[in-house]
Design a binder for this molecule. Sequence first.
Ligand code: CTP
Ligand code: ZN
Length: 152
Amino acid sequence: MKKELKVSAIKNGTVIDHIRPGKALDVVRLLNLENYDDSVTVAMGVHSSLHKTKDIVKIENRELSEEEVNEIALIAPESTINIIKDYEVAEKRKIELPDLIKGILTCMNPNCISRKEGSSKFIVEKRDPVILRCYYCERLMEEDEILKRLRI
Ligand code: CTP
Ligand code: ZN
């Protein structure tokens, strides 16, 4: 008897794969999948290679917007987005955190010029965990503040 239970393949939708371990639920919250009316599969701590694990989120019948992909890059960089069509991987895209982040987040400093202009820009100061520096006022934004800003 086979003791291993594999996570099922999906017919159509999106598989977010190679999510940094522990980040799957942040992705679920970010995409508001608790309120999604089709199947969502979450797998955590799946063995991906000998000494590495990963999380996976599979969403049936849903594609992600460019904005959602950019937000995922902030909380789970190095994930892979697979678009599934009729059980096949129709498109695979590795998402990476860019060196510069425009928009998406607002600076925490209420007096920052970017708040008045309504256009933000952050330099990626550190990647794991992510720390951003406002291009205008240099205020740092740490991971917990990023999550709060994304309403996670
Ligand atoms: N997948 C799925 N349903 C399908 C096809 C694929 O859920 N009908 C999932 C796979 O389980 C895997 C991801 O989509 O988690 C990517 O599939 P695939 O490219 O076939 O796997 P790998 O080659 O292992 O991907 P990578 O090279 O990105 O690690
Ligand atoms: Zn600022």
